[in-house]
Write a new protein. Structure first.
Length: 190
């Protein structure tokens, strides 16, 4: 078939898309919302946000290369393409659309928690990913006027990490996130 390109590790290509493309999108969208941007390209051109986006991209890329044996050059191309797209001012894209449904996006195998777990598995500290996870937890979805952080206020940090993020108390990511949430919101329930 013309144009069909055989891919090594085909079964892992969907995970690559989620852990690279969707991950970088989430980092830029949630950090952009924190800074008051309304359009993704605004956030995608903010140097401060790009530092964290590149850090998260590096963390997830290194973890995926270790886990799935992806070609490092090809993985870098994926990262570069994502960063280029999300900064393209010719593609208007509301942060509200990209940030929608943060509860789903905090799922264990989704775009933020999944790459962070994979990074830890390969002894990579997920600093950029944790920054994005905290931004996602604090994101107020304009469609519902709710934040995942509201569930921390109503229930507890443990509830969100267990029930929303699908983490167990023994996992390193659970402990790192709990510590970060408590440090940033000392009045929240534990």
């Amino acid at each position: 078939v013309v144009g069909l390109k055989p891919l090594k590790n085909f079964s892992n290509q969907l995970r690559r898309k989620i852990y690279t493309y969707n991950c970088i999108n989430a980092v830029i969208a949630y950090l952009g919302a924190q800074k008051g941007y309304s359009e993704l390209p605004e956030a995608g051109n903010d140097e401060e946000i790009l530092v964290t986006a590149r850090k998260a991209a590096n963390e997830t890329s290194r973890a995926q290369i270790a886990e799935f044996d992806f070609d490092p050059r090809e993985q870098e191309e994926w990262t570069h393409a994502a960063l280029q797209k999300f900064s393209d001012k010719n593609i208007p894209d509301p942060i509200e659309r990209n940030g929608a449904d943060p509860i789903r996006k905090l799922g264990r195998d989704d775009r933020l928690i999944g790459p962070a777990l994979l990074a830890i598995k390969h002894s990579i500290h997920p600093e950029g990913l944790i920054t994005a996870i905290i931004a996602c937890i604090n994101y107020r979805d304009p469609r519902t006027n709710q934040r995942v952080a509201d569930l921390i206020d109503e229930k507890s940090v443990d509830y969100v990490l267990k029930e929303i993020c699908g983490l167990s108390t023994e996992e390193e990511l659970y402990m790192l996130l709990k510590q970060q949430i408590i440090q940033s919101n000392p009045n929240d329930k534990n």
